[in-house]
Design a protein around this ligand. Structure first.
Ligand SMILES: [Zn+2]
Length: 255
């Protein structure tokens, strides 16, 4: 549904914004227009890291409870991952953002508040992405991220236009572990072990949108199964010869 948007690298911003309001979620020639030079970027579902390279990605954080536990597993096996963070959580837990960066991992933009993008105006979609870029730059080391993932992986045209404007590469995934449904540690691990291959991008969740001012009471979403599954399958993948990489390129910020 997103493959025809590169046809018109034109400047019909007003028309495109109007169409988005009238027809949310509908990709048309007008929706494909952009206000920035060049085509909207393609959504990437695989990572290019060479043979036996795959990428772990963690969405909806940072969480003061679960992100440090994910980091401990990654540290133990000396592997790198990518964290698609919510701006609202990053603002609330900046020390977690800093720890992620200091331990050598890559930040990605996952919007400010995890909205359903197709229900928003183009201007609001852009604002969700820009504010998140700003807070990640402020808390994560001075530069905005280079990667973006839409909530639910649903990249609406307005989001892709914002990606083009802010220099963000849209990243989806190839292995959905459904870990946010807490299906059991074995099912999460099996989802990865049974489908892993060169270029795989694995989708995990290390947080959820924070709505409480008290971190200890924030645990609306329990990510313990994700962490237990990591402990189980990461050493098995290493034994098979896999390497863990990131969709970011060496020239991207935070690498
Ligand atoms: Zn998400």
């Amino acid at each position: 549904m997103i493959n025809d948007r590169n046809a018109l690298p034109g400047r019909r911003l007003l028309l495109a914004a109007g169409m988005s309001l009238l027809c949310p979620g509908t990709v048309t020639g007008a929706d494909a227009a952009t206000d920035v030079p060049g085509p909207a970027p393609e959504v990437e579902r695989l990572v290019r890291g060479g043979p036996m390279a795959l990428a772990l990605t963690f969405d909806d954080g940072p969480s003061p409870i679960y992100t440090p536990r994910v980091l401990a597993v990654l540290r133990r096996y000396r592997i790198t991952a990518t964290f698609f963070m919510l701006g609202a959580n990053a603002e609330r837990y900046p020390w977690v953002v800093r720890q992620v960066v200091e331990e050598g991992h890559v930040l990605g933009n996952h919007t400010w508040s995890h909205p359903t993008l197709r229900l928003l105006t183009a201007a609001t979609v852009r604002d969700e992405i820009q504010r998140t870029n700003d807070v990640l730059a402020r808390t994560g080391g001075g530069r905005p991220p280079a990667l973006f993932r839409a909530p639910g992986g649903r990249f609406v045209p307005a989001a892709l236009r914002a990606c083009a404007e802010f220099g963000l590469r849209p990243i989806r995934w190839s292995i959905d572990t459904a870990d946010w449904t807490n299906p059991g540690v074995d099912r999460i691990a099996d989802a990865v072990l049974s489908r892993a291959g060169t270029g795989s991008i694995v989708l995990h969740h290390d947080g959820s949108l924070s709505r409480s001012a008290v971190p200890e009471h924030e645990g609306r979403a329990d990510r313990s199964q994700t962490i237990a599954a990591l402990r189980s399958y990461v050493p098995q993948l290493l034994d098979r010869g896999y390497r863990f990489t990131t969709p970011a390129r060496p020239t991207d910020p935070f690498v």
